[in-house]
Design a protein. Structure first.
Length: 310
C-alpha cells in the first residue's frame, strides 16, 4: 500500500514539474516580446525642463559662488563692466539667467561641452563659449579663466545642469537645422517694430534696459559677429519670444520682416569675421557691414540670405 502511494506521489511531482516547464516555455516567448516595451518605457522618460531655483542654492563657499554667477548673468554690464562693451547683460538673450525654455536656456550646458564649433573650427570648452559671447554679443573682452567671475559663471551653469548626464540629448537646445523663412520686407518690418517692439526697445532701437528691453542696434547693442546678427537666428528668436509674454504670435513673415529691419541698422563691427568658419560652410545670412551697405543702396539679395541649402 505504501509503495503504491509513493508511486502516485511520484507521478504527481513529475506532472507538476512538466506543467511548470511547459508554462515557463510559453511565458518565455511572451517575456521576450515584452522586454522592448519596458525599454521603450524607459526611453520615454526624457529629460524634463525643470531648472532649479536660485533660492535653493546650498550655503557655504560653493553656494556663494553660484549666487555670484547668477548675479553676473543678470547684471553683467554693471558687475563685470570692465569686460562688457555695450549695455547688455547675459540675461538680455538668456532670459532670467538662462532658465526660460524658449529664451536661449542654459540648462544642461555642462552636459554637452566640450563641443565642436563650426564657426570657430575647433572644440570649445564652456569657458571658451562664455568668452565667445563676451567678445561678440557683449562686444567686450574675454574674462580670464582663472578669475573669480569665470569660476562663478561655471559654478552657476553646473548648478543649472545638476542631474543631467554628460552627452545627454537636450531637447530644448536650439535646432541645428536652419528654418526656411520667406523673403523679408524692411518696410513691413518697421511697421511690426513700431507696433510690437518699440515700447520696450525704444523707437531708436537703443533699448530701455538690459533686461527690460535691450538695445537692438547702435553702439550699446551686440556686434555683427554675434549669433543674433544672423538674420534667421534673429527671426527665430523673435518668433519664439516676442513680443514679451506673447511668444509664438508672430507669423514667419512678420518675424523675418522685423528681424531684417532690426539688423539693417548700424551696430558695432566684429574684427574677426575673416577667421570664422575656417573649414567652410559660412552662412549666407550674416548681417555684417557689407550687407548693411547693400540694404542702404538697394542691392541686397534677400532671397539668397533666407534660402536653406539642401
Amino acid at each position: 500500500m505504501k509503495n503504491g502511494l509513493a508511486i502516485i506521489i511520484g507521478f504527481l511531482i513529475l506532472g507538476s514539474l512538466f506543467i511548470g516547464w511547459k508554462i515557463s516555455q510559453d511565458l518565455g516567448a511572451s517575456e521576450t516580446t515584452t522586454a522592448p516595451q519596458q525599454s521603450e518605457g524607459m526611453a520615454s522618460n526624457t529629460i524634463e525642463f525643470n531648472p532649479p531655483s536660485i533660492e535653493d542654492v546650498p550655503d557655504g563657499p560653493l553656494g556663494e559662488s553660484i549666487k555670484y554667477g547668477y548675479d553676473l548673468m543678470m547684471d553683467t554690464n554693471t558687475i563685470a563692466d570692465e569686460y562688457v562693451g555695450n549695455n547688455l547683460s547675459c540675461a538680455s538673450c538668456h532670459a532670467n539667467g538662462g532658465t526660460v525654455q524658449n529664451g536661449a536656456p542654459m540648462i544642461g550646458l555642462t552636459a554637452v561641452y566640450p563641443e565642436y564649433r563650426p564657426r570657430e573650427g575647433e572644440v570649445f570648452t564652456l569657458e571658451d563659449r562664455i568668452n565667445g559671447c563676451m567678445i561678440r554679443s557683449m562686444n567686450g573682452q574675454m574674462i580670464p579663466e582663472d578669475s573669480k567671475e569665470m569660476r562663478a559663471m561655471i559654478a552657476y551653469l553646473h548648478y543649472l545642469s545638476e542631474g543631467i548626464p554628460a552627452g545627454a540629448d537636450i531637447p530644448w537646445r536650439a535646432a541645428k537645422e536652419q528654418k526656411q523663412f520667406p523673403v523679408p520686407s524692411i518696410e513691413d518690418g518697421e511697421k511690426v517694430y513700431t507696433q510690437s517692439c518699440a515700447s520696450c526697445h525704444a523707437a531708436d532701437g537703443g533699448g530701455t534696459g538690459p533686461n527690460t528691453g535691450p538695445a537692438l542696434w547702435g553702439e550699446n547693442s551686440f556686434n555683427d559677429g554675434a549669433g543674433m546678427s544672423r538674420l534667421t537666428n534673429m527671426a527665430g528668436y523673435v518668433q519664439k519670444n516676442m513680443p514679451k509674454g506673447q511668444g509664438g504670435t508672430l507669423t514667419d513673415q512678420q518675424a523675418i520682416d522685423v528681424a531684417a529691419y532690426i539688423l539693417s541698422h548700424d551696430r558695432p563691427e566684429f574684427k574677426g569675421h575673416e577667421k570664422d568658419w575656417p573649414k567652410g560652410g559660412r552662412p549666407a545670412d550674416i548681417m555684417n557691414k557689407e550687407k548693411r551697405e547693400q540694404v542702404k543702396n538697394g542691392t541686397i539679395d534677400w532671397e539668397a540670405m533666407v534660402t536653406v541649402k539642401k
